[in-house]
Design a protein around this ligand. Structure first.
Ligand code: SD4
Length: 335
């Protein structure tokens, strides 16, 4: 017996629906308008690398991986990869995730000794039947896959940790305060401020991908995982709508499934900036006065190549690279 849904699919109505699909989605593929967008102004270098992949026709997925690797290898970026600030026990533990235009996802969290966790996340996505690996198991998979075991704690980060230890109270709130200081400096200081890299890209074929990589909150509790490796929180890509990523206090981003929320708001017709604003407003609604004390920033890129961002506190910057060259934005904020 032919079920109603099968009947509709088989009939002209199904075909009509399929024909109307691009119109209903509101945004047919925009071709040859490559754009890369990332959290924080210093990631212009990472963007330039990603754009060098996009411009000759490389995929958005290859572009975000190549771009994020620049931040992961940079010891002056104390929030990502090599040189990342350690947890309260002095150990650098990294989180990353990646998502492509077909909804493929991979993530690693609480990983030690592997510099390019974005590539490891991609390997989880492409070479395993799983989507997330954590801790020792993620390290084991990395070593079996040919990644090098490295010491990621630089002398500078060790020095900063030892200074913190002098009056460390081992109070999780301290880690939040440190992250807030890092991620809401004045505009002038902000230009030099590195932080978690979330990167989203649109390639020449009109496909979107994204990635996110971080050492997480400085001096966090051992084993703490934030939003950055959580698909839907630190990153989300929907190839019909756009791509979004987050930075700041991960606990607040996870609470509202931040990046997925931004995408759903864009699906309702909001611009990237409006959608990011609504997402941070949701944190304010949930957390009330507590929201004044934390920093969260979102950025988003839509299918047409339009970009936007918004933060809870002043001082959040984001960086774009398109055919017009690099551009830095100072995000608007609630407070
Ligand atoms: C985390 N969201 O682990 C990350 C940290 C971050 O800017 O974004 N710092 O919570």
């Amino acid at each position: 017996m032919l079920h109603r849904r099968n009947f509709l699919q088989a009939s002209g109505l199904g075909i009509l629906g399929w024909l109307l699909r691009p119109a209903l989605n509101g945004s047919p593929n925009v071709r040859n308008n490559p754009v890369v967008l990332s959290t924080w102004a210093p990631n212009t270098k990472a963007n330039a690398k990603a754009f060098s992949v996009l411009e000759p026709g490389g995929s958005a997925l290859d572009a975000v991986e190549a771009g994020i690797k620049i931040a992961e290898a940079d010891p002056s970026d104390q929030s990502v990869g090599y040189g990342g600030l350690p947890d309260r026990d002095g150990r650098v533990t990294l989180d990353a995730c990646i998502m492509d235009h077909q909804g493929n996802i991979g993530a690693v969290m609480f990983v030690e000794h592997i510099k390019h966790v974005i590539s490891l996340a991609r390997m989880v996505m492409e070479k395993t039947p799983h989507v997330q690996l954590a801790g020792e198991g993620a390290l084991q998979f990395a070593l079996e896959s040919g990644f090098q075991k490295e010491n990621l704690l630089t002398p500078e980060s060790e020095k900063a940790w030892k200074k913190w230890l002098i009056d460390a109270k081992y109070d999780p709130q301290q880690s939040i305060d440190i992250l807030n200081q890092q991620s809401s400096k004045t505009i002038k200081g902000q230009i030099d401020n590195h932080d978690t890299i979330g990167m989203v890209a649109l390639d020449n074929d009109g496909n979107l991908s994204g990635g996110c990589s971080t050492s997480g909150m400085a001096y966090k509790m051992r084993g703490r995982v934030g939003d950055s490796p959580i698909i839907g929180a630190g990153l989300y890509v929907d190839n019909e709508i756009g791509a979004a990523t987050a930075t700041g206090v991960g606990e607040e981003v996870v609470r509202i499934c931040g990046s997925h929320t931004v995408i759903e708001l864009m699906r309702q017709g909001l611009s990237p900036e409006q959608a990011c604003k609504r997402a941070v407003e949701r944190i304010v609604r949930m957390q009330g006065e507590k929201a004044r004390k934390v920093q969260v920033g979102f950025i988003a890129l839509d299918k047409k190549g339009r970009v936007g961002g918004y933060a809870l506190q002043k001082g959040f910057t984001y960086a774009m690279h398109s055919k017009a060259g690099p551009k830095i934005f100072q995000a608007k904020s609630i407070y």
